[in-house]
Design a binder for this molecule. Structure first.
Ligand code: 3UK
Length: 521
């Protein structure tokens, strides 16, 4: 799908996803069911419009202007919706960021994006608070859910702001929002998405693969700050006036079963690690009623065939595996409901083309492994301030995803690993280089190499090979200490699940660690 053929040149995407629901008579329908410690809050489509308008006006009053970035460090709660859609409606650019990161990561996001304002959920302030004073361009911080001094209260500002707001006259090709994507080396890259990108994902994957409709109620365990969750729980249901259940807490297997049982969604979006964790619960199919589900979706990393089969046997519903990236915004290769080829990533989503190319960019013969390239109109415009990375990634209308793939005789795509050393752990990026750099900070460690290793569910987790300064100190106690050390220093999900002490690491003649020699899977 080419957005230019479907959208007028002047578009503000908040009008499409927020205002249109009210204009078309869906104002009194439920849009979001926001679960939380203080009870459940239901927002109608009119409430979402009111919240977006007021938040947009509150940002305008603080001096946020067209094209200014607004950091969105929010849980899956109303403030995310207000900040995201309010910023877009005034032509500013929301930048949702991962709520599992550490203070130094937030300082980088703030300085790299030059965000003038930030909206932060109160529980995340303990991590981000210490660096807010150091951010060079940040002028205003709105805290939702209780603002300690000197911060502004999101709720107070929003309550006082006008509920009337005309959308800024942005073009179809103006920046609408950014999402950060991590690489194996260097800092995360801000993928700049345009006003039309969410509309493209809505019209292609959401409508044509999921067949999303107004009677659906969705729940996504992947949070709104991920490109995956933003579509699943945010703009997909909004695009058709459906309902979305938002839960601000951590999605544990038990907790998710409870939620599915109680809230009765029709579509559930998860990641393979979560499906594996849920399958590990004995008698789950007798303890919880999942009969409301018409579809389950998996993305973030490849879904092993075994998980697909066991889930269908026990819960009677299929898991549709599809691959998406932050740069392409959502899923572009996917299985189809009723026509799943277990273990594969399926076929190209209508509106996208995919090819597998060699190192010279030429198509490889059918059946051979090569680099995946995708052509579709939801692809980012570029990486912010990362011109070289942009050129390596974008090739005219095509984007190289960094994945190795092959295609079978029927055209199905099969994942064959990454072209770089990056790991997907529970659907979230882990850079081996960052974990190694952290391990080396421990006084006992001389050198470290981190690779992916499959666990008993065939899902990849980080494993560290460590050379000690004093080899005699090797043992389970030191291994535990190193794991805790990494958890304390960087985002905890990145810690190595296994540590193997070795005498030396395989290296090239120039001293570069050969991670591929340490990989067993
Ligand atoms: C890997 C998969 C095999 C692959 C995402 C759905 O995961 C998303 O975006 P990210 O930018 O990561 C992208 C990378 O993750 N991957 C994702 N899904 C699969 N590998 N099978 C899969 N089904 O390496 C890809 O390049 O975090 C997922 C929707 C939107 C997204 N952004």
């Amino acid at each position: 799908m080419n957005a230019a053929d479907h959208l007028p040149s002047e578009v503000n995407v908040a009008t499409y996803f927020v205002d249109r629901n009210v204009e078309e008579g869906r104002g009194s329908r439920i849009a979001f069911i926001c679960l939380g410690d203080g009870g459940t809050r239901r927002l109608t489509y009119a409430d979402v419009q009111d919240l977006a308008n007021r938040t947009g006006n509150a940002l305008l009053e603080l001096g946020v202007e067209l094209e200014d970035r607004v950091l969105v460090l929010c849980l899956d709660a109303p403030e995310f919706l207000g900040a995201f859609w309010g910023a877009i409606k005034i032509g500013a650019v929301p930048v949702p960021v991962n709520t599992l990161m550490r203070a130094q990561d937030y300082l980088y996001f703030l300085d790299d994006s030059r965000a003038k304002a930030a909206v932060i959920s109160a529980p995340l302030l303990s991590e981000a608070g210490p660096i807010l004073g150091q951010a060079r361009y940040l002028r205003h911080v709105l805290i939702a859910g209780g603002a300690p001094k000197p911060y502004l209260s999101f709720e107070d500002r929003v309550a006082k702001a006008s509920p009337k707001l005309a959308a800024a006259a942005t073009s179809r090709d103006d920046a609408a929002f950014w999402l950060y994507s991590s690489g194996s080396t260097g800092f995360p890259k801000g993928a700049v998405h345009l006003q039309h990108d969410m509309v493209v994902c809505q019209e292609t994957y959401a409508k044509q693969v999921l067949g999303i409709r107004p009677t659906d109620r969705v729940y996504s365990a992947a949070k709104l700050f991920f490109a995956y969750g933003l579509g699943n729980a945010g703009y997909f249901p909004m695009g058709v006036g459906a309902e979305s259940v938002l839960y601000p807490g951590r999605p544990t297997p038990d907790g998710v079963f409870d939620l599915l049982h109680r809230e009765r969604p029709t579509i559930f979006f998860g990641v393979p690690t979560l499906y594996a964790g849920m399958l590990a619960i004995k008698d789950a199919e007798r303890r919880w009623d999942l009969s409301s589900l018409r579809l389950c979706v998996s993305a973030g990393e490849a879904l092993p065939e075994e998980i697909y089969t066991r889930w269908r046997e026990r819960f009677g519903v299929e898991i549709i595996d599809g691959i998406g990236t932050t740069e392409i915004l959502h899923i572009f290769l996917s299985n189809r409901p009723g026509a799943v080829r277990p273990g594969s990533s399926g076929l190209a989503v209508p509106g996208y083309e995919a090819v597998i190319v060699d190192e010279a960019g030429l198509p490889v013969p059918r059946g051979e492994i090569g680099n995946l390239r995708v052509n579709g109109d939801s692809t980012m415009a570029y990486y912010w301030n990362k011109h070289e990375k942009t050129k390596e990634t974008l090739h005219g209308p095509w984007i190289q995803t960094g994945d190795k793939y092959s295609q079978d005789a029927d055209g199905y795509f099969w994942y064959a690993g990454r072209a770089d050393d990056m790991l997907k752990v529970g659907g979230i990026w882990v850079s081996p280089v960052e974990v190694e750099a952290t391990l080396i900070k421990h006084p006992a460690v001389l050198e470290a190499a981190v690779v992916g290793q499959e666990d008993e569910e065939r899902l990849v987790k980080p494993k560290a090979f460590v050379v000690l300064k004093e080899p005699a100190s090797a043992g389970p106690a030191l291994a535990d200490e190193l794991k805790a050390f990494v958890k304390d220093k960087i985002a905890p999900y990145k810690y190595p699940r296994w540590i193997e002490f070795v005498a030396e690491l395989p290296k090239t003649a120039t001293g570069k660690i050969q991670r591929f020699k340490l990989r067993t899977s």
